[in-house]
Design a protein around this ligand. Structure first.
Ligand SMILES: [Fe+2]
Ligand SMILES: [Fe+2]
Length: 190
């Protein structure tokens, strides 16, 4: 886990940019599918959003202009394929190559996407899919995705605190927890 203060700020930013996505029943379905190891697809996308923002912070110090809102929204939706790719069948054997297109189709059906967000989703598996990212934001998600996948596969905890914070934002926004009951709630969700 990183510095809790920084994680707290990153969680606030992720929730601010991705609020409507995170609160949607559609995106919440990603919690029911496993991505790598013990990590759900939803948790994976939060982790990818976090590391994309951390890299954006570094690049911005060197003068890069980054659309942080699209970066977060694209990261949250980059694996919005909505099926269990571990189930053995012919289609899932090609999951690595085909899921970006499936995720993009689902995301553009359920949400309004801009060009940067679409590019993030479509290109995040580069170089496995051959067309390279067009935007700096797509490149960041592409790199963050690989880093998170490695850590999740080897069960290295890099994002449990920020995932907890995002779920807390979600529960507060949906009225499932009142601020006065946070302590009690925390024990329930950990
Ligand atoms: Fe993916
Ligand atoms: Fe991913």
């Amino acid at each position: 886990m990183g510095d809790p203060i920084k994680e707290y700020r990153l969680a606030k930013e992720i929730f601010r940019h991705g609020r409507d996505l995170i609160l949607s029943d559609e995106a919440q379905k990603m919690k029911s599918f496993t991505q790598h190891g013990m990590t759900s697809v939803f948790e994976h996308t939060v982790s990818v959003a976090k590391y994309s923002l951390k890299m954006a912070n570094v690049l911005e110090k060197f003068g890069a202009k980054i659309d942080r809102r699209s970066l977060v929204r694209g990261a949250i939706l980059h694996d919005y394929f909505l099926y269990d790719w571990h189930e053995k069948n012919e289609f899932h054997r090609l999951h690595g190559f085909t899921h970006p297109k499936r995720a993009l189709n689902n995301a553009s059906r359920d949400f309004e996407l801009n060009d940067v967000e679409s590019d993030i989703i479509r290109k995040h598996m580069f170089p496995l899919t051959p067309i390279p990212p067009k935007h700096i934001e797509s490149g960041l998600v592409c790199i963050a995705d690989k880093w998170c996948a490695i850590c999740e596969t080897f069960k290295i905890d890099i994002s449990s605190y920020i995932i907890y914070r995002i779920n807390l934002h979600h529960d507060i926004a949906r009225g499932r927890v009142r601020l006065g009951h946070l302590h009690q709630h925390k024990e329930n969700v950990i």
